[in-house]
Design a protein around this ligand. Structure first.
Ligand code: SF4
Length: 413
């Protein structure tokens, strides 16, 4: 590998890391350096931004330790057979960069992943060494997210949890055949075993903290994972079901969905085109329905219909409501919270506001209009003191009326 300066390595290794979407910094505990103790905070704003390929804003120094890898996953730009320029940071370089960027208020923390160097254990040791140096030698209190290597020694993975706020292990593909085909050196069983070990370690850490205030915190922001969407033939129904199983079995904080991006010198077994970014967005909305709106995975999958694919032009909650019209209209003055949460266009805040207001008075359609972006979307599905949709809910053309209008683009606009 040619000798590169830190700036050149940063250009290569930050670019190589942009394909990983699983680095939102939500959910950790508050920690700061107020009073001159240590350096860093998990609460800060006003930082520079890194962007995932689809434009999401990520406020972390997001880099790989190296983009050299002994594995050959077909969808990965860093795979062994890829013809890209390689670089590798030392542990000291990553520590120095993180601290310098933090001091300049460019970042709120570090997201560190790596290609596999020599062995999974060796790679994991290097990743842990960065986090250990930041925490123990520099008293760094900012956010750290470490990507862990599934086949590494469980003790090394446990050490990652001692220093990181969040740890993640990517499941990569939604189905086992997909993983076998596109990442033949990885095994679904190995990935799940590592997730299970991490889940137990996180639970033990919480238990210890409950009993002894002095017990060290262990991955307080939990574990997350990422699934690549559109690189294999898995449909949205399968992806949603897989995500739900992962949430249940491993207590994940988040499943991230990353639309497969075609890469330079792509392997011939990959699709030539990326899936529409809207597909990724619809999967995030479905995920939200399962986690916050009380939808069972089967219900979200049912919104997808017989093809197993969620419609792209309307959101999954509206798609579900249109398929299951017998559940509507819902009376805003009487229905329980769970039923209100099913109404398209009513978010969590709107539902809570309805529940609070109706204790004092009956709500009219105008009251609901003030709580939602589009009363036209909500109207067919609810009853208010001055409104009944009568036949509107059952109209054969309701789905067509709810779909956004297709507009002719102006040629010279
Ligand atoms: S192990 Fe990770 S870095 Fe290596 S080829 Fe596979 S996805 Fe890429």
């Amino acid at each position: 590998m040619a000798q590169l300066d830190t700036r050149a390595k940063l250009a290569i290794l930050a670019d190589a890391a942009k394909y990983d979407a699983s680095c939102a910094s939500s959910g950790t505990k508050k920690r700061d350096s107020a009073g001159g103790k240590g350096i860093g905070s998990t609460e800060g704003m006003g930082i520079c931004h890194a962007y995932a390929p689809d434009g999401r804003c990520i406020s972390l120094l997001k880099i790989l330790l190296t983009n050299s890898c002994i594995f050959d996953c077909h969808y990965c730009i860093n795979r062994k057979s890829s013809n890209v320029r390689r670089a590798r940071f030392t542990v000291a370089e990553v520590v120095h960069l993180t601290l310098s960027f933090y001091r300049r208020n460019y970042i709120e923390g570090l997201f560190l992943s790596s290609g596999i160097i020599r062995t999974p254990d060796y790679t994991m040791e290097q990743i842990v060494a960065v986090a250990r140096a930041l925490r123990e030698e520099h008293d760094f209190r900012g956010y750290i997210h470490l990507k862990t290597i599934p086949d590494a020694d469980p003790e090394l993975v446990r050490q990652a949890g001692l220093f990181a706020d969040r740890v993640s292990i990517n499941v990569e593909l939604p189905t086992e055949p997909g993983l076998r085909r596109l990442a033949p050196e990885k095994s679904a069983a190995g990935i799940e075993k590592a997730m299970g070990t991490m889940k137990s370690a996180i639970e033990d850490g919480h238990d210890a903290r409950r009993r002894f205030r002095s017990a060290p915190s262990f991955a307080p922001a939990g574990q997350s994972t990422q699934m690549i969407v559109g690189a294999d033939s898995a449909n949205d129904g399968e992806i949603i079901t897989r995500a739900s199983t992962l949430y249940d079995r491993f207590g994940l904080r988040r499943v991230y969905y990353s639309a497969f991006s075609p890469i330079p010198d792509a392997s011939a077994i990959l699709p030539l085109k990326r899936p529409p970014l809207m597909r990724e967005h619809r999967l995030y909305q479905s995920d939200w329905l399962m986690r916050f709106y009380g939808f069972a995975p089967g219900e979200v999958a049912a919104a997808a219909g017989p093809t197993g694919m969620l419609p792209l032009d309307i959101d999954p909650k509206l798609a579900w409501a249109l398929r299951f019209r017998d559940r509507f209209p819902v009376d805003v003055n009487r229905a329980p919270r769970e039923a209100l949460l099913r109404v398209p266009g009513l978010g969590l805040k709107a539902v809570d506001a309805i529940l609070a207001s109706r204790r004092w008075r009956r709500l009219a359609l105008g009251d609901i209009a003030r709580l939602t972006v589009s009363i036209a979307k909500v109207r067919p599905f609810l009853i208010a003191s001055d409104w009944r949709p009568t036949a509107l809910t059952d109209r054969a053309d309701l789905a067509a009326r709810m779909r956004p209008k297709v507009e002719q683009m102006e040629l010279w606009g």
